[in-house]
Design a protein around this ligand. Structure first.
Ligand code: PAF
Length: 254
């Protein structure tokens, strides 16, 4: 696996699959790498903790980083190129162009500026890497919905693949943020996937999930439309950690 830090050093051939990441890789990322490996000639993973998508600077400062471990995981899963640029490489002095997406739902309202940062960095990555397909996790359903909207609205020729959420043995959706939970918080956090699963098939899934959150205070519970699927999504805060999750209500991922 080649580690590339500069845009002008990227030399890619064939059908390229891109897995954008912010590092702190876990089994959810492994599943994206494996599918990209099976579907592409060349697999590129990007490793860039994108400052532009953090509405909260303490969240950016606390974001887990372990580049060496991440490189080992990417190499073991058959990634060909790990693109790990500096912040200056992506946002050089004088950078002034942003992609603003309307209608980013409750997650967008809860995190002002977040999807502007995500959309901008992803479009930059699509232009830099020119992938045929880009791979994202279902856990970040609103992010996937935003990116599908962006590539459609801006005629960007990349397929946004969304792969199923990978869960821990107890049902908690894998997330780089889970490492911040104490054992007691982790136990409480399980109320989120349980409430979402309990609401599948209910007449009013939003109300059903709210009713079974077991004391967890939701930021929101809402239905997100990904085009091929509708998911029931929610965000809760457990201690100082904000967790999101969703389950499929209708349709199947593609
Ligand atoms: O899902 C993430 O890790 C990030 O939002 C992404 C897509 C890599 C953009 O920075």
């Amino acid at each position: 696996m080649k580690i590339v830090r500069r845009i002008d050093e990227l030399q890619l051939t064939g059908d390229v699959g891109l897995v954008p990441t912010m590092g702190a890789l876990h089994d959810g990322h492994r599943s994206l790498f494996r599918t990209a490996r099976a579907e592409s000639d060349t697999v590129v993973a990007s490793l860039f903790v994108n400052p532009a998508q953090f509405d909260d600077l303490s969240d950016l400062a606390a974001y887990p980083r372990d580049d060496e471990r991440d490189a080992g995981i990417a190499a073991a899963e058959g990634v060909d190129v790990l693109f790990a640029p500096s912040a200056d490489e992506i946002y050089p002095a004088g950078f002034r162009t942003w992609i603003d997406v309307d209608g980013t739902g409750a997650e967008g309202k809860a995190r002002p500026g977040h999807f502007r940062g995500v959309a901008t960095v992803c479009v930059k990555l699509f232009n830099i890497v020119r992938p045929r397909r880009a791979y994202f996790g279902q856990k970040d359903a609103q992010q996937a919905a935003v990116l599908r909207r962006v590539v459609r609205d801006l005629n960007i020729d990349v397929e946004i693949r969304v792969l199923p959420t990978v869960r821990d043995h107890d049902g908690l959706a894998l997330s780089s943020r889970n490492v911040r939970l104490s054992p007691e918080e982790r136990n409480r956090a399980l109320g989120l996937p349980r409430a979402l699963h309990a609401a599948i098939g209910a007449d009013d899934p939003v109300a059903a999930a709210r009713a079974s959150l077991n004391g967890l205070q939701p930021d929101y519970v809402e239905v997100v439309d990904l085009g091929d699927v509708k998911v029931l999504a929610a965000a809760v805060r457990v201690g100082s950690t904000r967790l999101i999750d969703n389950v499929i209500l209708e349709g199947a991922l593609r």
